[in-house]
Write a protein that binds this ligand. Structure first.
Ligand code: ADP
Ligand code: MG
Length: 263
């Protein structure tokens, strides 16, 4: 079982302190929701965990599977089993969804890469593994209700909001990370897409995957049930609880927590 531990994390962006001492521990198999108003630092937290160079850790550390990852590059972190689904997935013209998934899979699972000698044996091996990989991806696409012909389309180019989010979850299904961070996966989804994405995440979570689900609204938490709910405000986790806290937030809004803190 791998664990992600965030200890007293302070993060600055362009000299401005955004995160002001976050403590959070996520184990494989647990679903943690982090909720907070816009600008509270949710995306900053997810980018920092993945190692985006713009987000500077000024104090504290991030430990994954017993080792500090604070100095590691994003792809080293990915190889260890961390995954981030972006709030705004990028379009990659010229790279098909299938090739993108295959390259990501190969670079994560076999860092030595594909055989680069173009011998008949290597070609045959590679074609075989492409065929196997295609079947593997097809199964996952079925699970997520993604039409098969999307495999050939350029990654995210012209995809609807719902299709982009479903493809992010497809990456999760294919790459099978130990801990996945989903940054506002619910934003911009209509109710059908929200259900499909949630069902996909639920099918994946089980005992294997730990999930950090970042969200502004409670509505996704009706479909993905978190074990823990944390409220992030102004760069700090100001309250933690269970699903009941998310319901209370929906009912009373973030002001009730602001008032609690002020009192
Ligand atoms: P959330 O995801 O909760 O809406 P963010 O983490 O995106 O919040 O932003 C938190 C604060 O950090 C905001 O005030 C935002 O303007 C600032 N911030 C985040 N990223 C950057 C950046 N790359 N450059 C400058 N300011 C940033
Ligand atoms: Mg955000």
């Amino acid at each position: 079982m791998k664990t992600l531990e965030i200890r007293n994390l302070h993060v600055a962006v362009e000299g401005k302190e955004i995160l002001k001492g976050i403590d959070l521990t996520i184990r494989q198999g647990e679903v943690h929701a982090v909720m907070g108003p816009n600008g509270s630092g949710k995306s900053t937290l997810s980018y920092t965990i993945m190692g985006h160079p713009k987000y500077q850790i000024t104090e504290g550390e991030i430990i994954f599977d017993g080792k500090s990852i604070t100095g590691m590059s994003p792809d080293q972190r990915a190889r260890l089993g961390l995954f981030l689904a972006f709030q705004y997935p990028h379009e990659v013209p010229g790279v098909s969804l299938f090739n993108f998934l295959r390259n990501a899979y190969v670079s994560l699972k076999s860092p030595e890469g594909l055989p680069n000698q173009n011998t008949p044996e290597n070609r045959a091996k590679e074609l075989q593994s492409i065929k196997e990989f295609r079947q593997f991806v097809q199964e996952k696409m079925k699970l997520l209700n993604i039409p098969e012909d999307m495999m050939k389309r350029y990654l995210n180019e012209g995809f609807s909001g719902g299709e982009k989010k479903r493809c992010e979850i497809l990456q999760l299904a294919v790459l099978q990370p130990a801990i996945a961070i989903l940054d506002e996966t619910d934003s911009g989804l209509d109710i059908d897409a929200l259900k499909t994405v949630s069902e996909g995440v639920n099918a994946l979570s089980g005992s294997e995957m730990g999930i950090l689900l970042i969200t502004h609204y409670n509505r996704i938490l009706k479909y993905i049930r978190p074990d823990f709910v944390h409220v992030l405000m102004n760069g700090k986790i100001v309250k933690s609880g269970t699903q009941a806290l998310a319901l209370e937030l929906e009912e009373k809004g973030y002001d009730f927590i602001r008032n609690e803190i002020a009192a």
